[in-house]
Design a protein around this ligand. Sequence first.
Ligand code: SF4
Length: 375
Amino acid sequence: MRSAHNPAAGKAIVRPGKPTPDLPFQPGKVAGRLVAWYGRAGRDLPWRMTRDPYRIWLSEIMLQQTTVAAVIPYYARFLKRFPTVQTLAAASLDEVISLWAGLGYYSRARNLHRTARQLVAQSDGVFPDNLAALTALPGIGRSTAGAILSIAFDIPAAILDGNVRRVLVRLFCWQQDPRSSIAEKQLWQWAEALTPANHPHDYAQAIMDLGATICTPRGPSCTDCPLQDICQSFRAGLASVLPITARKRKIPCRRQVALVVDNMGGYLLRQRPPEGFLGGLWEFPAMDLPDGQQPEQAAIRLLDDLGLRGPLGKIGKINHAYSHFKLEISVFKVAQETAGMIAEKGIFRRVPLEELAGLPLHGAHRKIFRQVEKE
Ligand code: SF4
């Protein structure tokens, strides 16, 4: 049982109203088969038994760039602490970021918080049920809005997340770069043409599930697929080579130094600015390694910039990978015999070891913390 009762179901439904492009099959076939398949084989996921737009929105945001397995415990923890949009709006950004720590792409957490506050201020926390109003909210793009409309409100709205994109590329045998602007336009057109007026709630989840479990990135299970006989790439023998991928660009490596300053029983930590990459998360003081400089020299300079002095000891190297660059951090420790003034001010804080585990450190610096714990 994967449907949840929806008071909106059965109301007059507004079709997106786009002209149907020439398709190699009847679009209704796709929805009919997918909904039937979903009834037999769809996954039971924690966010499937609700029509609460708050929960649907939360799950959709968490699932962006993140696997279902990784999201499930975060989703449960989040809902336990923030069961409603009002409780999320009332929380501090620090607390939201703390609960998000480890899930990555932290702008999602900041946007969740901003959107919750905006909704509470504008409409007492009631979610809008139209595309324009949803996409005007921070962090909600066209596809996420489509998912909220379909799943929470049973309003037909196209979705084009990563899974749906892959299914459409293969179903229509799109043999060009799937990330080009031409592809974007074409894929949205197909997504809209296939979105049914009836059961958009089940269809939305069915096509996302098909991409996640059958039409997977590597080795699609075409023999188990309800769309096999109409799938254009299966017919052409191209199912496992599509979507075409651009040649992988070399991922740059950034070299940094970081200091673990033991400042009279507490470690010196700083908070990153609230906006931007890893915004609001905590880290040990660190800096990029200037070209041609040895890590030890840069560490001395960083210590000096902090207004601190003391003998340096090497802890080791930490490697961490993000989607667009890699980090190699040379980590040094330094023990301070007098409390540095800097630790008391602004973005810096002196944190005892036993409290470090509870601080939302970003991934690379959590690795540093584990090294410190071992020592
Ligand atoms: S037949 Fe294969 S390639 Fe085509 S949609 Fe199904 S799983 Fe994907």
